[in-house]
Design a protein around this ligand. Structure first.
Ligand code: NDP
Ligand code: 8X3
Length: 253
């Protein structure tokens, strides 16, 4: 059986990815900071799909914690076939002059540095076995910059540059590198972005039918189930009512 490591599985895409890959019979390493959610998820995946699940609770912003987690992998989880770099967030949605430096640091530390810390630890394991697949979760924000989102967009532009660079550098090792770049998906993402303000979060999706985490899991399933000779570079996926980052067709009652 193949093994996948997914970061950020306590919610949203990551949780849907875990269920989808368990359905595809992957053994799983699931990660996040909320231990109770991780334990519950691990139990459901093991009982529901008969796969082996290892739960690792740590903050991807902490390089030493990432190292400790990966170095603690039992032998049977050390051969990782798929790495899904999913943990990430937006913090704040204000014009540059009104936005908060702490929010910038949270986004850069999580979306860029956290992704690098994990990738740096997993790539040698993949090189050793001359196989593997890295799937980075980017965003439409990595393609277009929108008002009040400069730093979040910058982090996803960075994810795209890293994805392309990894694809070049890991080519000779037989490692595939893909990304998924979704538009608006209703998860806990907007609640986190607006620092817990549920009303502001709900307003993001007013008058549109947003994507849901299952739609993104469909994209991941497509990417990881292609034949070995096929590599999907990126899947950009939007709701029907979203043309780009700032043009949505809202039908308000
Ligand atoms: P959620 O907020 O629902 O999930 C985010 C996940 O990331 C959680 O499991 C959270 O776990 C984890 N996470 C966040 N910070 C850290 C950290 N410092 N260390 C470890 N884990 C962390 O959001 P989504 O599922 O929507 O987002 C997943 C990814 O998709 C992100 O990279 C986001 O940028 C991207 N994305 C989201 C879109 C959307 O519209 N929803 C669209 C395009 C891309 P915990 O809090 O337990 O640590
Ligand atoms: C999240 C998508 O456009 O809401 O990455 O910022 S967007």
């Amino acid at each position: 059986m193949a093994t996948a490591l997914i970061t950020g599985t306590t919610s949203g895409f990551g949780k849907a990815f875990a269920y989808r890959l368990a359905k595809l019979k992957y053994n799983l390493i699931i990660t996040g900071r909320r231990e109770e959610r991780l334990n519950e998820l691990a139990e459901n995946l093991q009982n529901g799909f008969g796969v082996d699940v290892l739960s690792l609770c740590f903050d991807v912003r902490d390089n030493q914690a990432c190292k400790n987690a990966i170095e603690s992998l039992p032998a049977k989880f050390q051969s990782i076939d798929v790495l899904v770099n999913n943990a990430g967030l937006a913090a704040g949605a204000s014009p540059f002059d009104e936005s908060d430096l702490d929010d910038y640091e949270r986004m850069i530390d999580t979306n860029v540095k956290g992704l690098l810390y994990i990738t740096k630890l997993i790539v040698p394991l993949m090189i050793e076995k001359k196989a593997g697949h890295i799937v980075n979760i980017s965003s439409i924000a990595g393609i277009e910059v929108y008002p009040n989102g400069s730093v979040y967009c910058a982090t996803k532009h960075a994810v795209n540059a890293i994805t392309k660079g990894l694809r070049l550098d890991l080519l000779k090792h037989g490692i595939k590198v893909s990304s998924i770049s979704p538009g608006m998906v209703e998860t806990e993402f907007s609640v986190v972005r607006f620092h817990g303000d549920e009303q502001k979060a709900k307003a993001v999706y007013a008058g549109i039918v947003p994507l849901n985490a299952e739609d993104i899991a469909d994209a991941l399933e497509f990417i990881v189930t292609r034949p070995d000779h096929v590599s999907i570079n990126d899947i950009q996926i939007n709701p029907k009512q979203q043309a780009n980052t700032y043009l949505t067709h809202r039908i308000l009652e």
